[in-house]
Design a protein around this ligand. Sequence first.
Ligand code: SF4
Length: 67
Amino acid sequence: MERAQCRGEDRALFFPSLGRDPVKAKVLCSICPVRQECLDYAVADAEIVGIWGGTSARERRRMRVVA
Ligand code: SF4
C-alpha cells in the first residue's frame, strides 16, 4: 500500500458504481508500481468491487472465465 499510486487519492474514484468516471482511476493504475500485485489480489477474490489493478469488477469476471 505504501507504493500504491492511489495512496492519498479519493477512494470514490475507484468505485464507478458511485457514479464516478473510472478513467482517472485507470490512469493512476496504469502507472502504479504494484499494479500486477493489486490485480492478482482482486482476481483471486470475486467479492472485490471497484477498480483494482486497472480493471473493473466486470473485466475481472471476464478474466476468470478465460483463465
Ligand atoms: S493498481 Fe491497485 S494499488 Fe495501484 S493505483 Fe490501481 S488500485 Fe491503487
